[in-house]
Structure formats: structure tokens, C-alpha cells
Design a protein around this ligand. Structure first.
Ligand code: ZN
Length: 376
């Protein structure tokens, strides 16, 4: 295979061969739909497939992987491919959809067409979904929408009916681990841990590239490890430390945002600048939320290992690099205690989804886990 072909994203969609073949055929025959809905479980590779389709649609050679356009799409810097994600804990904001519709009305910048990727489309609540409907029905020529969702059941039927649905099969943990190992060349146990913490191959690969995110996991595991001998002050301190570690990667995001604001300060109107600032704030809180959810997923994976080990299935543990912690916790906990501790993690996830202060949520969770683990 040539170097160029290796950069062709669609050719490399090997965890979803049917989707790959279907989309390749549509692009090759020049009969791509104007609106797709990619449906599948988290971690099934929908977002990767969306970038791959965008690359194939914008390239003159159907996604060669080598041309300027293909390279830009692969780096997520092509000005005619726009990725939207919900900017509030409650889902998409109507302001986001207005922003999208304003952009749709503009001509493409470099490519002959534009692609809009709308992640977690089930979070388009009725008013924002309705604003989008008309455009989905009669999109401007040379515009492609790719909506991503976990299930058509939880989406507005009017949205679903306007899109061509593309089902994604669910990957087993072993398949996801293999995909991460192939992409990173790292040992299998590390890849399996990353899948458990981050949720799917592409997120796991990003996790393994981020020293900050891995440090947040280690910090979380240390906090749980210390619980057996922790007093109230210790728990409050470790929740605070953890928040510090989760916030560390946000400093980079903030400085990028600041640079963009400064570059635009001269020619954007005051109103537009204010809008950009608001969007920056929402991006920061969304990133904080996802950092916390990942820390919670780390605790969940650890407690599952404790449960496995208590049930005598310790060869199935995911956190091999933290086997000592798993062993210490399983020596003092009971099966019922580990189950109760896992429930404390679920409760914390729900609190974060309801926008309750992260630090408080972590504190409450750590107290609950301690109670569950030392109670006999
Ligand atoms: Zn190309």
C-alpha cells in the first residue's frame, strides 16, 4: 500500500467493513446522499467514519489521502468541514443551530462542497431540531450533513426520516482493543485499559496520547486506593487534587481560545466577539465535564476489577498496571461492598449529567465508596 493510501481514512475503516464498502460505493458512483444518520453504540467508530466520508467527499479523487484537501480533513483543519457537538449539559443550544444555519448559507471556502458533522444528534431538542429540519429537507446544493446518534428511538422521527440511516455494528472489547493496538503499537493490556476508561477505539487512542488524561486516571485510582485509611480531611483533599489534575489540560484550550480571540479582535464586531467568548466558556465546561466522566469511568473499571477479583476471576482484570491497588481493595471489601461502591459511581455520573458541582460530586462519591468498601 502506498503512503498516500495509508492516509485515506475511508480505506482504513476496518472495524466497520460494511459501512466502509457502502460509503465507498456511494462516493465512487457520485450518488452520496445529502444527509446521513450514522447510528450505533458509543465507541462503534461513527465519528471516525464521518471524517472519512468528509475526506472522500471533498477530495477530487474520492479520498486519495495525499492531496492538500485530504491532509486538511485528516488533521481536522479543513475550513469546509464543520463538527458540531452539544455545548450544554442539556444538549444543543438553539444558538448553535442558528450559527450552523448561518454558515450553511455561505459558499464553501476551499472545496467544491461543505460537510457538517453533527455529533450526538439525539441531543437536538425540539426547538433546535425544528430549526434544522427545513434545511435538512432542502439543503443547499453541495452540502452534506452527517448526523451521529446512538439510537433512532430517542431521536425526533422527523429528523430520522430526512436522513439515510447507516447502522454501525457494536464492537466487542476484544475488537476495540485490537484496533487500538494496531493504531498505537502499544501492548494489549494497556490498550484494553484505555478502551475501558475512554469508551471506544478513537477515544482510547486519544487517551493514550494524552499524558494529562492518564495522570487524571492515576490520580483517581490513588484516591480510591487511599480510601481505606482516609479520614474526612484526606478525602476532601484528594477530591481537590483530582479537580486540579482534571483542569490541567484545560489551560491549553484556554490559551488557544485566547489566541483566536486576539487574532479576531480587530475585525469582529463587539457582538460577535461576545458570542465567541460565550462559546469558549461553553467549550471549557463541556471539556471539564468529559474529563470528569473519564475519571469516573476509571473508578468504575477499577471497582469492576475488584469485583472480578473477589469472584475469583482475576485473570480478567483491566487495570493490570494497578493490580496492587485491585488486590489491596479486594482484600478488605466484600462482593456486596464492591457492588455498592459501583452504585456510588453511577450516582456520581447522574449528578454530573444534571450539572451538579463536580468537586462536590467527587467528594460525595469518595465518601460513599469508602463506606461501601470498609463496611462488612
Ligand atoms: Zn485527496
Amino acid at each position: 500500500m502506498t503512503a498516500a493510501a495509508q492516509n485515506s481514512l475511508l480505506a482504513h475503516l476496518d472495524t466497520q467493513p460494511r459501512v466502509r464498502d457502502f460509503l465507498s460505493r456511494a462516493v465512487a458512483a457520485d450518488r452520496a446522499s445529502h444527509a446521513y444518520l450514522f447510528v450505533g453504540a458509543p465507541g462503534s467508530g461513527k465519528l471516525d467514519a464521518a471524517w472519512a466520508l468528509a475526506q472522500a467527499l471533498l477530495c477530487e479523487n474520492g479520498g486519495c489521502g495525499a492531496c492538500d484537501s485530504c491532509v486538511r480533513v485528516a488533521r481536522h483543519t479543513h475550513p469546509d468541514v464543520h463538527l458540531y457537538e452539544p455545548e450544554s449539559a442539556m444538549g444543543y443550544l438553539i444558538a448553535q443551530v442558528r450559527d450552523l444555519l448561518e454558515d450553511v448559507a455561505l459558499a464553501p471556502i476551499r472545496a467544491p462542497r461543505k460537510v457538517y458533522i453533527i455529533d450526538r444528534a439525539e441531543q437536538l431538542r425540539s426547538n433546535s431540531a425544528n430549526a434544522l429540519l427545513k434545511t435538512l429537507e432542502e439543503p443547499p446544493a453541495n452540502t452534506t450533513f452527517i448526523l451521529l446518534g446512538t439510537s433512532t428511538d430517542i431521536m425526533l422521527p422527523t429528523i430520522v426520516s430526512r436522513c439515510q440511516c447507516v447502522p454501525f455494528r457494536m464492537l466487542s472489547t476484544a475488537e476495540a482493543t485490537d484496533a487500538v493496538a494496531r493504531a498505537t503499537g502499544l501492548p494489549e493490556p494497556r490498550c484494553r485499559m484505555a478502551v475501558a476508561v475512554a469508551g471506544g477505539p478513537s477515544r482510547a487512542i486519544a487517551f493514550l496520547k494524552s499524558a494529562d488524561r492518564q495522570e487524571a486516571r492515576r490520580c483517581m485510582l490513588r484516591a480510591v486506593d487511599a480510601l481505606l485509611h482516609a479520614d474526612e480531611a484526606d478525602i476532601l483533599l484528594s477530591a481537590k487534587e483530582l479537580m486540579g489534575v482534571i483542569h490541567a489540560p484545560l489551560a491549553d484550550v484556554k490559551s488557544t481560545q485566547q489566541a483566536v480571540l486576539e487574532q479576531n479582535a480587530d475585525y469582529l464586531s463587539r457582538g460577535a466577539l461576545k458570542q465567541l467568548e460565550e462559546r469558549n466558556k461553553r467549550e471549557l465546561s463541556a471539556r471539564e465535564r468529559s474529563g470528569i466522566m473519564e475519571a469516573l469511568a476509571s473508578v468504575r473499571a477499577l471497582l469492576r476489577d475488584v469485583l472480578m477479583s473477589l469472584e475469583g476471576a482475576s485473570d480478567g482484570i483491566v487495570n493490570e498496571d494497578a493490580a496492587d491497588i485491585v488486590e489491596r481493595l479486594s482484600r478488605s471489601a466484600t462482593t456486596a461492598g464492591a457492588v455498592a461502591a459501583l452504585e456510588a459511581v453511577s450516582k456520581a455520573e447522574k449528578r454530573i449529567a444534571r450539572n451538579i458541582t463536580p468537586q462536590l460530586t467527587i467528594e460525595v462519591m469518595l465518601f460513599d465508596i469508602r463506606k461501601a468498601l470498609i463496611c462488612r
